[in-house]
Design a protein around this ligand. Structure first.
Ligand SMILES: *Cc1c(COP(=O)(O)O)cnc(C)c1O
Length: 236
């Protein structure tokens, strides 16, 4: 099991380097977020043993147990849908929050961060295809609220995140990833702001995402193995 996770990580790192090479990008410009949701502590220890330090979780309760028990050198990213009533606990535990999906949530996160004395790094999630099953801003909503979000003194908005519609072939996800990058470029220009990070790409399509500019790829099953179908259905 341990050897398997270590060798999976080696393979993924190699594929990340190769994708960076194809895109003429510096491999250090891509963070691998190992998505450990639903996987046991031992899997995370095995990945740590193989020098993986950044982990992604999507449920607070599960993550709290892991974060409290595993070595403090690990970094945790909250990649799941953020429930308002969990945010007070989420903020101090996670280095980055990938899925701020509304103005209301951003304002609330800022209020809490101010109260606790934190400056959380957050991504704004874009719901590119307007899927009812997924959270996120429509492009129009984000354009009309970004000014206000950028004015929130205690949030560090690092960039955009997407979970594109399921595609039959990984290459088909490329058009969504490209669209997110181009939208980011448009926002940077329009609001004179830097949004350097793009959280996009999962086990099936992280190479395509990197070729389109991903800075954070969220890879779970390709490292840790298959999750159960029930859990899979809750994605996003
Ligand atoms: C579960 C999850 C992932 C990882 O998915 P894999 O297909 O296992 O790589 C990435 N992003 C989000 C938001 C997730 O919920």
């Amino acid at each position: 099991m341990m050897e398997e996770i270590a060798s999976n990580l080696e393979v993924i790192r190699g594929r990340i380097r190769a994708a960076c090479l194809r895109a003429a990008r510096d491999p250090s410009s891509v963070e691998l977020v190992a998505v450990s949701k639903t996987f046991p502590f031992q899997s995370i220890r095995d990945a740590l043993e193989a020098a993986q330090l950044i982990f992604g979780e999507s449920r607070l309760q599960e993550a709290e147990g892991k974060i409290g028990t595993l070595p403090a050198q690990l970094q945790w990213h909250f990649i799941g849908r953020v429930q308002r009533n969990k945010l007070r606990k989420i903020l101090p535990l996670f280095q980055m929050i990938h899925a701020i999906d509304s103005l209301k949530l951003a304002v609330y996160a800022n209020d809490l961060a101010k109260e606790i004395g934190l400056y959380p790094k957050v991504f704004l999630q874009v719901n590119q295809a307007g899927e009812a099953s997924k959270g996120g801003f429509s492009e129009t909503d984000l354009e009309s609220t970004l000014e206000e979000i950028l004015g929130l003194s205690h949030l560090e908005v690092v960039g955009l995140m997407t979970i594109p519609p399921a595609c039959k072939k990984p290459a088909e996800a490329g058009k969504w990833f490209r669209a997110l990058r181009e939208f980011r470029d448009t926002l940077e220009e329009k609001f004179s702001v830097k949004l350097p990070c793009l959280s996009m790409g999962m086990s099936d399509d992280f190479e395509t995402a990197i070729e389109e500019g991903a800075t954070h790829v969220r890879v779970g099953s390709a490292i840790f193995g298959k999750r159960s179908a029930r859990v899979e259905g809750e994605l996003g």
